[in-house]
Design a binder for this molecule. Structure first.
Ligand code: FES
Length: 132
């Protein structure tokens, strides 16, 4: 008779957790661009910290199919209180992804689920997979 414990099965959450970075590496107003597969297509995610909280969005502007960082690396506006698409300048509320611009008013970035636990930040969205 074996004394080893029964095999552990990973929960659905454990299986879909995608590590972004250690919590300490994402300070206020910092962001990471993470390659992902979203609904089976290659995409990227923006993961950011604002007001101490972690938020994540699909890196795709609501105006045109462009990454928010398509023209330069920054995603925050100069005041650091909004996200800003580098193509035509639509600004977004970092806590909701909602457009704050007249252009595309009422639209919002696609929010992605995150989890910050045990000093690590993960994407946990069911629609997101590892890029490879
Ligand atoms: S593509 Fe983002 S503002 Fe036009």
């Amino acid at each position: 008779m074996s004394s080893s414990s029964p095999p552990q099965t990973l929960s659905a959450l454990e299986r879909r957790k995608l590590l972004v970075c250690p919590s300490a590496d994402l300070k206020e107003h910092q962001h990471r661009i993470i390659p992902i597969r979203f609904k089976q297509a290659p995409q990227s995610a923006i993961v950011l910290r604002f007001g101490g909280q972690v938020y994540a969005y699909l890196n795709q502007c609501v105006h045109m199919v462009r990454r928010l960082d398509c023209m330069h690396d920054g995603i925050f506006d100069t005041d650091q209180d909004s996200l800003r698409c580098s193509m035509h300048g639509i600004v977004y509320d970092p806590t909701t992804g909602a457009s704050k611009s007249v252009l595309c008013a009422g639209e919002r970035l696609e929010a992605l689920r995150t989890l910050e636990i045990d000093g690590q930040i993960y994407l946990t969205d069911k629609r997101v997979r590892h890029p490879t």
